[in-house]
Design a protein around this ligand. Structure first.
Ligand code: UD1
Length: 318
C-alpha cells in the first residue's frame, strides 16, 4: 500500500515508518523538521520518500497526499506546557495542520486517515480509568487542539465517507524521543538529566500519575488500525492500562541507571492533569490491541538507547 506518514521524521512517526517499510509498504514522509530529524530515519532512508514541508500549508499538504491510500497523521508540536506558552503557534501545528491534511486527503481520494490524538483531551475527569464514552474536558490549548482534530475526523467520516480513526495516545515514551527542550516528555527529561549527573526537576508534588506507554505499543495499534474493519470515526485509547506516580517513576529510572534518587521541586505547571489512566477495552474490541510491552520492559529499552546516545555524544565531544 502507498502510505503517507506526517511528522515521519519525528519520534513516534519514525517508528511507524520503520514498521511500515519492514512490512513492504511504500512510504512517503512529510516533515517540517521543527522537532523531527533525518537521523531518525537512518535505518530506512533508502526506502522512504521524504518531503520537507509543513502540513498547515495547503500546497505542501496536496503534494504529500498524491497517489496515497492511507495517512498516519503524527505531525504535531506535542506539548501541553508549550501550548500554554505559545497557543497560536501550537494551534497552527496541531489544529490547522490537521484540517489542512484532511481536506487534502479527501480531495486526493485517500481511503483511510489515522490520527495521533492525545489522552489530554479528557482533562481531569473525576473517574478513572478514562473511557472514550466520557465527556472530554480539555484543560490546555494542546488538549483543545487535539480534540478539535478528533471532531474534524468524525465529521469527515460522516460527510465524505473518509475512513477515520483518532488514537488517543497516553504519554508515549521510547528511543528517539527528543529530550532537548524543556517541553520534552518527562521520561526523556528524567533519563537524560540522570545520565548527565544532574538533578531532575519535578513540577508539583510528584504525586501526579500517568499511564506511560511504550512506543512499540503505539506502532502495534497503528498497524492494526490500517486494516481494521468497522471504523466509525470515533476515538480509541492507546495505552498500557497501568498508572504510575511520577515520583515512583523517577525512583525506578534512578535505580535502573544507578544514580541518586533525588529531585528538585518546582511549582506545578499550568494546564497539567493530575491523574491519567486508560481503559483499553475499546481498542481491544475494535483493533484486537493488547499492550505487548509493559513499563519495565519499555524503560529498559529506552534507558539503553539514551545511554548509548549519551556515550556517543561524549565520545564525539571528548
Ligand atoms: C500530555 C498528555 C499526553 C500527550 C502529551 C503531549 C495528559 C495526561 N497526557 O502529557 O497524552 O502525549 O501531553 O506530548 O494530558 N514533568 C516533570 N518534570 C519534567 C517534565 C515533566 O515533573 O521535567 C511533569 C509534568 O508537569 C507532568 C508529567 O511530568 O505532570 C508528565 O509531563 P509530560 O511528559 O510533559 O506529559 P503530559 O503533559 O502529561
Amino acid at each position: 500500500m502507498k502510505i503517507l506518514v506526517t511528522g515521519g521524521a519525528g519520534f513516534i512517526g519514525s517508528h511507524i515508518v520503520e514498521a511500515l517499510v519492514r512490512r513492504g509498504h511504500r512510504v512517503r514522509v512529510i516533515d517540517n523538521f521543527f522537532s523531527g530529524h533525518r537521523g531518525n530515519l537512518a535505518a530506512v532512508k533508502a526506502d522512504v520518500e521524504i518531503l520537507r514541508g509543513d502540513c498547515a500549508d495547503p500546497a505542501a499538504a496536496r503534494r504529500s497526499v498524491r497517489g496515497i491510500e492511507a495517512v498516519f497523521h503524527e505531525g504535531a508540536i506535542p506539548s501541553v506546557a508549550r501550548s500554554v506558552a505559545e497557543p497560536l503557534r501550537c494551534h497552527r501545528a496541531n489544529g490547522t495542520a490537521t484540517l489542512t491534511m484532511l481536506l487534502a486527503a479527501r480531495d486526493a481520494g485517500v481511503r483511510r486517515f489515522i490520527y495521533a490524538s492525545s489522552s489530554s483531551v479528557y482533562g481531569d475527569t473525576p473517574t478513572l480509568p478514562k473511557r472514550e464514552t466520557m465527556e472530554p474536558r480539555p484543560l490546555s490549548p494542546y488538549a483543545a487542539e487535539k480534540l478539535s482534530g478528533e471532531h474534524y475526523l468524525r465529521i469527515f467520516h460522516r460527510l465524505f465517507g473518509l475512513e477515520t480513526l483518532s488514537l488517543r495516545y497516553f504519554n508515549i515514551f521510547g528511543p528517539r524521543q527528543d529530550p532537548s527542550s524543556p517541553y520534552s516528555g518527562v521520561i526523556s527529561r528524567f533519563t537524560t538529566a540522570l545520565l548527565a549527573g544532574q538533578t531532575p526537576v519535578i513540577y508539583g508534588d510528584g504525586q501526579q500519575s500517568r499511564d506511560f506507554t511504550y512506543v512499540g505499543n503505539v506502532v502495534d495499534a497503528n498497524l492494526r488500525a490500517l486494516t481494521a474493519r468497522g471504523l466509525d470515526g470515533e476515538p480509541v485509547n492507546v495505552a498500557a492500562g497501568r498508572r504510575v506516580v511520577l515520583r515512583a517513576l523517577l525512583s525506578a529510572l534512578a535505580r535502573e541507571l544507578g544514580r541518586p534518587d533525588e529531585a528538585r521541586h518546582e511549582p506545578a505547571r499550568a494546564g497539567d492533569v493530575k491523574h491519567s489512566l486508560a481503559d483499553v477495552s475499546r481498542a481491544r474490541r475494535l483493533l484486537g490491541y493488547r499492550p505487548r510491552w509493559d513499563l519495565e520492559g519499555g524503560l529498559k529499552k529506552t534507558t539503553a538507547w539514551y545511554r548509548e546516545s549519551h556515550r556517543l555524544r561524549d565520545r564525539r565531544s571528548g
